[in-house]
Design a protein around this ligand. Structure first.
Ligand code: 8YV
Length: 324
């Protein structure tokens, strides 16, 4: 008998076709959010699951899934999974690194340009019929070219964001726990600086850190106070890295020129303070959302699951200690 698996969210039909020769597939093409209770119910008889960031695979879910051997996230981030609980239960957890770097870097740039040049707000103003003709002072933005780009978290996506800055003749500075090797720094012409210098000197600060207790509110009131009042903050990483209430207060008081955010604390809930501001651009966690990339992510997760349940080491195993 084929192992039973759950695909916890809607996926492209070709992903299900790829899985069906290997597994008895319980899919969720109706895309109902299962939550803790739904996952507990649907995982009681499953050996594997493909999850998204919206699926909380916590200790309670794991305790209710006695046959579970693999949790394969279709995301590079995996803060929806209690990794320690998986490891304790001998369950493999995997992610999808690499396949979404360029697509997410593209969105970081789309947001950077949008906040720099008031793309969202000026479009809404135009659509509302306010444009009566040329005015010298309309929608004065911030130049992107020759500005200083700061990147906090210089993994693969951070480096892809940095490389794109070459075309805009920008100075690129970054902060990361460990410095990149010299050849990687040279490839994106980026200079390592301490966190305080990064905050003080960036005209555009792009956040690309994974969420963990250590990165919780790594950008809060004190950090925002160090930034230039002309600066813009861009977050395409995870909600919770930024203290949203502190950011709203800085934007409201114009202690920061603008922000562009794809991720939020407690999403999909949104701090209503954001909606009152005209200096923030908001998108609904679409960093990796191109058709090609979302398909590649789902296929990567599917291949991790196929490997894990056929006795092979999955290519993107996160809790490597479970592999004997
Ligand atoms: C995903 C993401 O699209 O990969 C990640 O960590 O945040 C996004 O690329 C989203 O999480 C869906 O699972």
């Amino acid at each position: 008998m084929k192992p039973r698996i759950l695909v916890a969210r809607e996926v492209f039909p070709e992903v299900l076709e790829h899985l069906r020769p290997h597994f008895e597939v319980d899919d969720n093409q109706a895309d109902v959010i299962l939550g803790v209770d739904g996952l507990k119910r649907r995982l009681a008889d499953k050996a594997g699951v493909m999850t998204a960031v919206s699926d909380p695979v916590n200790a309670e879910v794991i305790a209710a899934a006695p046959h579970l051997k693999a949790v394969c996230n279709f995301a590079v981030g995996y803060n929806n999974i209690d990794l320690a609980a998986c490891t304790r239960a001998g369950i493999m957890a995997t992610n999808t690194p690499g396949v979404l770097d360029d697509t997410t870097a593209d969105l970081a740039w789309a947001l950077l340009m949008a906040t720099a040049r008031h793309i969202q707000t000026s479009e809404h103003w135009l659509r509302a019929g306010h444009w009566k003709g040329f005015r010298m002072m309309d929608w004065l933005g911030t130049d992107v070219h020759h500005a200083t780009l700061g990147i906090l978290g210089m993994g693969r996506i951070g480096q892809a964001v940095a490389r794109r800055a070459l075309g805009f003749d920008m100075r690129v500075i970054y902060h990361n726990r460990s410095r990149l090797p010299a050849e990687k720094e040279a490839a994106c012409r980026a200079t390592w600086v301490d966190k305080e210098t990064l905050l003080r000197e960036a005209d555009f600060l792009v956040l690309l850190l994974p969420y963990s207790p250590a990165s919780h509110h790594i950008i809060g009131a004190a950090e925002l106070a160090l930034m230039k009042p002309t600066a813009h903050l861009i977050n395409v990483a995870r909600g919770g890295i930024v203290d949203d209430a502190a950011l709203i207060s800085a934007l409201r008081q114009r202690r920061l020129s603008g922000a562009a955010l794809d991720v939020f604390e407690g999403e999909p809930a949104l701090n209503p303070g954001f909606l009152e501001l005209d200096n923030v651009t908001l998108t609904p966690h679409i960093g990796s959302s191109s058709r090609a990339t979302r398909l590649a992510m789902a296929m990567t997760a599917a291949n991790n699951l196929i490997a894990a349940l056929s006795g092979q080491r999955p290519p993107n195993l996160v809790n490597t200690e479970v592999w004997k």
